[in-house]
Design a protein around this ligand. Structure first.
Ligand SMILES: NC(=O)c1ccc[n+]([C@@H]2O[C@H](COP(=O)([O-])OP(=O)(O)OC[C@H]3O[C@@H](n4cnc5c(N)ncnc54)[C@H](OP(=O)(O)O)[C@@H]3O)[C@@H](O)[C@H]2O)c1
Length: 229
């Protein structure tokens, strides 16, 4: 897809991988809407920050409606908003389980549902879902987060088969550890320079978005070459 003047929506746009995706989409000439529940980290004539929490269907619907009212379509959706809590299964607070599922899975489903009709109608579009290598294999003390990211993988795999005949691509991305604020809830892991860089992950996402019409990157697994240096 040629990204110039395309309408893109990125959830969780104010930092980390989402921030970098917005930055690179803007550099490609796209018109970008960021869904942020807190702070706005971009200032660009082609950028609009829409305040919404992906867990809240009413607020999220209003945000997507604003995009559709202004432009009549959505070409790209990057389902990036997400968070992780870690710890032993029997010690993980129940509310953290729900917060992760409500954000990482239900929020992603809501946003997809809001963007899909426009994509199907125009016979084109690209949805990028950010899973994790924790959606490919289990890690001890990461059971609940892994469950959310396996759910994203299953959802994405089913969805791509459902919507490809409508001309809509679905790419599921599985990054290893990325140097962002993501690890703020982890007692054992601190972000460091041997992790993936968020701008490099965003670069690969943009590369997938720019693929030719009849070319579909279904799954993108990305890991640091030397995670321990
Ligand atoms: N960093 C990693 O190692 C890694 C690896 C694999 C996959 N991932 C995935 O990559 C995605 C981005 O993570 P990141 O590393 O960039 O972490 P990050 O720096 O913590 O950014 C997460 C973004 O999601 C937003 N967000 C969280 N809950 C939200 C909600 N309910 N509604 C709207 N926005 C919400 C955050 O907004 P606030 O500022 O308001 O919290 C923030 O903008 C996540 O889905 C994460 O699971 C990360």
């Amino acid at each position: 897809m040629e990204l110039k003047n395309k309408i893109a929506v990125v959830t969780g746009a104010n930092k980390g991988i989402g921030h970098e995706c917005v930055q690179q989409l803007l550099e490609k000439g796209a018109i970008v809407f960021g869904i942020c529940r807190s702070g706005c980290s971009h200032s660009h004539p082609n950028y609009t920050c829409l305040k919404a929490d992906v867990r809240n269907l009413e607020g999220l619907s209003a945000a997507f409606q604003q995009v559709l009212d202004q432009h009549g379509k959505i070409d790209v959706l990057i389902n990036n908003a997400g968070l992780g809590y870690f710890g032993h299964c029997d010690e993980l607070p129940i509310e953290q389980w729900h917060e992760m599922f409500d954000t990482n899975v239900t929020g992603l489903f809501y946003a997809t549902r809001l963007a899909l009709p426009s994509m199907k109608q125009q016979g084109a579009g690209h949805i990028v879902n950010i899973s994790s290598i924790a959606g490919l294999e289990g890690y001890q003390q990461v059971s609940a987060y892994c469950a959310t990211k396996f759910a994203v993988r299953g959802f994405s795999d089913a969805l791509y088969k459902e919507v490809r005949d409508f001309g809509v691509k679905v790419t599921c991305v599985y990054p290893g550890s990325v140097k962002t604020d993501f690890f703020r809830h982890s007692e054992n892991i601190t972000a460091h320079d041997n992790m993936l860089m968020p701008e490099d992950v965003a670069n690969q996402i943009v590369y997938c978005l720019e693929s030719p019409p009849n070319f579909h990157n279904v799954n993108l697994e990305i890991r640091p070459l030397k995670p321990r240096g």
